[in-house]
Write a protein that binds this ligand. Structure first.
Ligand code: ADP
Ligand code: MG
Length: 379
């Protein structure tokens, strides 16, 4: 096996560069000419619904799939025809893929043994990797004697022990139950920081992507829809698809009038309208979706004449542990969802049937061009 010379890798400003990379399987355009640069030490997540091309992208970085078009660079060097084992990558999959007959120590040591490292170096590196993932106490256990979380830590240690230039993770926590998954997310982030390794994570779990990533790449139907920090993605979603996929959102169809300077009037089909800041990229008049997060909707008792931007009646109250949501029917296609800070036993709590006015700050809303009927991606 070819041995990777890590020191020879140019210490460039870009760890991974994907330039116009596409992949087609019989009839299916799995990935359509995507481009993305990842800087050293960065934690990037590929986020999107099942089938949007995340795994295919990761496998092309790994060298397990050959792109039909475009260029992949790792550490500045084109790797399109470099075999996986010479790319300096570590991989962890959802299925642990540990060797069942080997101990924790032997599983982690495997890659270094294959490289022909001296036994003492292997011992030092494996001990270090076991400490990093908190498995120092269990070197002699077999995979069958470990919990799901522990097995995934062995897989992570095995990927990190070779000191990869890039760590590639495909839904690594997908098989764990929710509580353990959340615990492992925190641990994974700490381990990644400590190791300082450039990491690409594939996940369909938006909370996981928001928790772990420096940047999130949102994908849909083989394309990149948005690249941004977790707060960009959450607060400034590029379109309805991202708004819908990441977090809970209200998208209310409306029509703008011609803009007056940088102000524009927004009219809902129920007859209500308000004036707000015009977005630069919108022509007027036009159909828009008004985007507002539930936590940005401010509710007030409706005393006599309606105030605020909308008004309506509370239809449902949904208790979701830490948050409570009111669904308020306002005479539009869908009720508006607002989060409430109340506890169920509060005496002045909002209740089903209450008449409320709804408002939000201009800076908490976005006007998104309405999608043509049928253009909304459903992948
Ligand atoms: N080996 C393959 N042969 C044929 N089609 C494939 C293959 N791998 C993936 N696909 C198709 O490519 C698309 C993207 O798949 P994938 O990258 O696995 O998506 P994701 O990881 O986002 O769920 C899907 O439509 C999938 O069915
Ligand atoms: Mg996948």
């Amino acid at each position: 096996m070819q041995r990777l010379n890590i020191e020879a890798v140019a210490a460039g400003g870009v760890a991974v560069e994907i330039d116009g990379v596409g992949k087609r399987y019989q009839g299916v355009e799995a990935v359509r000419a995507i481009s993305l640069s990842i800087v050293p030490g960065e934690f990037v997540s590929l986020l999107g619904p099942s089938g949007c091309g995340k795994t295919t992208t990761l496998r092309m970085i790994a060298g397990l799939e050959v792109p039909d078009s475009g260029t992949i660079r790792i550490g500045g060097a084109v790797v399109n025809s470099t075999p996986p084992w010479s790319r300096g990558i570590g991989m962890v999959f959802q299925s642990y893929a540990l060797f069942p007959h080997m101990t924790v120590f032997e599983n982690i040591a495997f890659g270094l043994k294959m490289r022909g490292e001296p036994a003492q170096n292997i011992k030092t590196a494996v001990d270090e990797a076991m400490a990093l993932v908190h498995l120092s106490e269990l070197p002699d256990r077999l995979p069958s004697q470990l919990s799901g979380g522990q097995r995934q830590r062995v897989a992570l240690a095995r990927a990190l022990v070779i000191k990869p230039r890039v760590l590639l993770l495909d839904e690594p926590l997908g098989a764990l139950d929710r509580k353990l998954r959340e615990q492992m997310q925190v641990e994974l982030k700490l381990i990644q920081r400590q190791a300082g390794v450039t990491t690409v994570l594939v996940t369909h779990d938006q909370e996981e992507a928001l928790t772990l990533s420096d940047r999130i790449v949102v994908m849909s139907s083989g394309e990149i829809v948005q690249i941004g920090s977790p707060s960009d993605i959450y607060n400034r979603p590029a379109n309805q698809f991202v708004a819908d996929f990441v977090g809970m959102s209200n998208l209310m169809r409306a029509r703008t009038s011609s803009a007056d300077g940088d102000r524009v009037s927004v009219s809902f089909p129920n007859g209500r309208s308000y004036v707000t800041k015009a977005e630069g990229n919108l022509a007027h008049p036009s159909d828009v979706d008004v985007f507002v997060r539930p936590e940005s909707v401010k509710l007030a008792p409706n005393a006599g004449s309606p105030s605020g931007k909308l008004s309506g009646t509370v239809e449902h109250i949904v208790y979701a542990g830490a948050s409570t949501y009111a669904h308020v029917s306002v005479g539009l296609a869908k009720p508006v969802v607002a989060s409430l800070s109340q506890k169920p036993q509060d005496s002045n709590a909002i209740r089903i049937g209450d008449e409320l006015s709804l408002d939000w700050d201009e800076t908490d809303a976005l006007l998104m061009p309405a999608l043509e009927a049928g253009a909304r991606r459903t992948s």
